[in-house]
Structure formats: structure tokens, C-alpha cells
Ligand binder design. Sequence first.
Ligand code: ACO
Length: 321
Amino acid sequence: MSIKIIGTGSALPQKTVTNYDLMELVDTSDEWIKERTGIGSRHISTGETLVSLTAEACGKALENAGREAAEVELLLVATCSPERGIPCAACQVQSAIGAKQAVAFDLNAACAGFLFALNTAYAYVESGIYKNALVAGGEVLSKIVDWTDRGTCILFGDGAGAVYVEKSDNGGVLGFVQHSDGTRGDVLKCDSRALKNPYVDQPMETEYVQMDGREVFAFAVRQVPASILEVLSKTGNSVEDIDLFVLHQANKRIIEGIAKRLSINLDRFPVNLDRVGNMSSAAIPVLLDELNRAGRLKAGMKLVLSGFGAGLTYGACVMEW
Ligand code: ACO
């Protein structure tokens, strides 16, 4: 018994911001950004919210699955850029799409968030607690990025993706691995609120995303291949059995480094970061939706999904489409 993705959906803000647009904001170049990251443009919110984008992605996933919002029993939103501390984004999405009976809550594991949420849905649905789940990853990272910092503002984009899953006797998720290393949290961080009350007024350390890019790069290229090999071994698969490796879209050089370490041809690593940048927890479900709608995911294909990011958090899953 497992869970299977029955439908996918995604939503991006209307505005596209190219590397040339960023050259008007910071001292950078299209050549530098493309060479170091592979990113050419990204979508940036000019009014769309995490909730509006995620609700749109969820609606499309349900439509793609041929299911109604009222049938959804569990609604998980992975995000690290919510508009509100309370209520959680998932409850706001529940209200927006009319998923009246769904139990809804958020989960934050940064760029591994969608994968961790999918695993959470797996645990609930496989155990029989709920019959189905909507699992979304959504971000409006543009509001936590320092637009004067050329080291980070060139990397990120806004967007949301979602999948609808049900219990399955045939294929679906074959196995997961997840890891967290909180001792290395300082390499990528952003405070959300200052401690301020009648007794103390403590300023925030990092109002915007701060990153040690080299450390993040080294972590990803070392740990991600190890976790992919771990999940392949756990599920009795080898790299040759996998048709597509759907990785978190952080940057092109990280994906190339991972492919090289695994000795796998890059053409098995689909990429959309050139058009959308790094959308953290939205990256994997948006890419999955694009592949699904382009007809690139055929029944019986084996996929590896792999997310990694701040925390540090990382994990991988093997699934049969
Ligand atoms: N344009 C032009 N020059 C720049 C830019 C820019 N946008 N940003 C930095 N530079 C300069 C630096 O100031 C530095 O100049 P200096 O030598 O005069 O001091 C030079 O370029 C090299 O800077 P580094 O930070 O060492 O550049 P690096 O080669 O490490 O590339 C990058 C930076 C692209 C961020 C790289 O470290 C990386 O890919 N890291 C992975 C981080 C990542 O993808 N994070 C995403 C979020 S986490 C996640 O999703 C997993």
C-alpha cells in the first residue's frame, strides 16, 4: 500500500524579472548570473500572495485529478515565506478553495519543505487516517530577500505548486529518506520577528535572507547524492532504474555537481530554474506540474524527487508514476 499523485497544478506571478532588469538594481550581469546559477529570469509578485498562488495551484491540481475540493481530507502547505504567522497559510487556502472538511496546517523545512510535506501526507494516508491529501509548496520569497544584496536577490523567485494524492495499491511512492542538521542552520537564515515587549526590545539579527553561498553549495553537492543513493538502496533500485531525477531547483551548477557525483547523464535531470529561479518549497511541485502537463511523465516511469535547503534539511523519495 502506498500513495500516488493523481493530479498536479502550479501558479506563477504575472511579472517576469530578467537578469537585465536586475542589472538596474544591483551591480551584476546576465553573464555572471547565468554562468554561476543558470538562472535567466524569475517571476516576482506584484500583488499575488502566497495564499492566492497556492490556492490557484491547488485548484488546478484538483481539476487535473478530476476531484472536488470538498472531498479533500488533508491539506498541507510547505512554505518559509508566509504572509501571516496566524492563521496558517493552509487554513487560508482551505477557505479560498472550499476544502471544507480538510484538516489544514503548514510545514516549514525550507527548500525540502514540499518533500517533507509529501512524506507527512504519505504517513497519514498510508496509515488510513485520511483517504487523500492536497500537498502544496508555495513561496513569495521576494518579500524576504534584500533587493540591495547581489549575492542573494538574483537567486530567488515566487510561485506555488501542488499535488493531489490518494492511497494506491499499484506504484506510487516506493520509499523516502529525510534528514535534518540543525547545527548548520547559520549558513542560510532569516529572522521573522524581533523580540519586542514591554520588557525588552531586541532587534532582529537578519531581517532578510542571509546565505553563505559556498557552504550551501558544498552541502548540496555532498549530501544530496548520498541521500539519493540511500533512498535507492532502501527501495531496491539503482540509478539505472530511474527515468527522471526531479531535484530542487537551486541552481544549475548544483544539479550538474550532483549528476556528476552520481555518474548520471544530465538529460535525466529536468530543469526549469532558467525561467523561474529558486522557488524553495515550490520548486519541485511546479517542475512536476510542468513535466506532467508536457506529457513527459508516463505511467510506470520511476522518478526520484530530492529536496534540500535551509535547516539544513534534505531528503529524497522514489516513486512510480
Ligand atoms: N553579480 C556579480 N558579482 C557577484 C554577484 C552578482 N550577482 N554576487 C556575488 N558577486 C561577486 C562577489 O562579490 C565576489 O566578488 P569578489 O571576488 O570581488 O569578492 C565574487 O562574485 C565571488 O563571490 P562568491 O560568493 O564567492 O561567488 P560564488 O562563485 O560562490 O557564487 C553563488 C555565488 C552563485 C551564490 C554560489 O555560491 C552558489 O551557487 N551557492 C549555492 C547557494 C544557493 O543556490 N542557494 C540557494 C538557496 S539554498 C537552496 O535552495 C538549497
